[in-house]
Design a binder for this molecule. Structure first.
Ligand SMILES: [Zn+2]
Length: 129
């Protein structure tokens, strides 16, 4: 592994860690936003762990639970890939995804070009008359 690559991986690892921290913070805030009601209903302990937050959110049936679960899963996938050394490689073309993009969107699994192709043209051409 080249030094440059090691630096890239280290920075990406940091970005993932940061994203995960932010995600759990958001979750905690979400879980305790309506603390009174949730507390009475689910008896949430104050020193609730990460997995328990997920469980509690699932129990509440809040739509946010599904969104968050998906994000946690994707984040875990990303961390797994980082360990395997495949993180940051485009799933479609195999090219390295720009570091800037990964730091902004740690869940990104495609390079910008493939993502655009995947999503289709942002501005479909006018139909010719
Ligand atoms: Zn690509």
């Amino acid at each position: 592994m080249t030094a440059k690559k090691r630096v890239r991986i280290e920075r990406l690892r940091e970005a993932l860690r940061e994203e995960k921290r932010r995600l759990w913070q958001e979750l905690r805030a979400e879980t305790f936003r309506d603390q009174e009601a949730l507390h009475a209903q689910f008896e949430i302990p104050r020193d609730i762990g990460e997995q328990s937050i997920l469980d509690v959110l699932s129990d509440t049936g809040l739509a946010v639970a599904d969104i968050v679960r998906e994000r946690v899963t994707r984040l875990e996938d990303a961390e797994h890939k980082l360990l395997e050394g495949t993180y940051g490689l485009c799933e479609d073309c195999g090219a390295e995804i720009e570091e800037k993009r990964l730091i902004a969107v740690p869940y990104a699994v495609r390079c910008v070009r493939c993502q655009e192709r995947f999503e289709g043209p942002a501005h479909p051409p006018e139909k010719s008359l």
